[in-house]
Design a protein around this ligand. Structure first.
Ligand code: A3T
Length: 147
């Protein structure tokens, strides 16, 4: 999994066309979204993650929470982003991983939005520009460790 983490004044998106034949079904209210004072996390779920999705979810949540605490962000935007890797996981695995990350961050008390999966989206992002405002993380399951 590859993550780009941007501490931002705001992130807003608007759904445009389908980018997959079967994108995630969404309500009208999910066609647009915005969070202010947010840690935006752009995530590419990778093929290697298919070996142990639960493990990479746990590691991703830990990394995201670590950065959120450092930048004092209480809101997190989970944003599916297929452009951080050339070895993407299958869409059904990727969507489940992203939903689990959203769920676990909410359980930890963060205000969380997740941008819709499987669409082209217009977005606006206002990066704060401080030294920790732009970070990236790479997460992989342990080699051959089967639970
Ligand atoms: C396109 C661009 O504007 C938009 N931002 C976009 O990337 N759309 C992606 C993700 O929402 C999702 N998607 C599919 N596979 C994956 C994956 N392995 N990891 C993350 N997202 C995925 O499916 C879309 C097409 O790849």
């Amino acid at each position: 999994m590859r993550m780009l983490l941007i501490h931002a004044d705001y992130l807003e998106y608007e759904v445009r066309d389908k980018a997959l034949k079967n994108p995630e079904p969404i309500s009208d209210e999910q066609r647009k979204g915005r969070l202010d004072e947010v840690l935006a996390v752009f995530i590419s779920v990778e093929k290697v993650d298919e070996a142990n999705p639960e493990e990479v979810v746990g590691k991703a949540v830990a990394e995201i929470e670590d950065v959120a605490k450092q930048v004092k962000a209480e809101r997190i935007f989970v944003y599916p982003f297929a452009h951080l890797s050339s070895e993407l996981a299958k869409p059904d695995v990727a969507l489940e991983v992203l939903k689990k990350i959203e769920e676990k961050l909410k359980e930890k008390g963060y205000e969380v939005k997740r941008a819709p999966f499987g669409y082209y989206k217009a977005f606006k992002l206002s990066c704060k520009g401080h030294p920790l405002a732009e970070l990236s993380r790479t997460i992989v399951p342990e080699e051959g460790v089967s639970k």
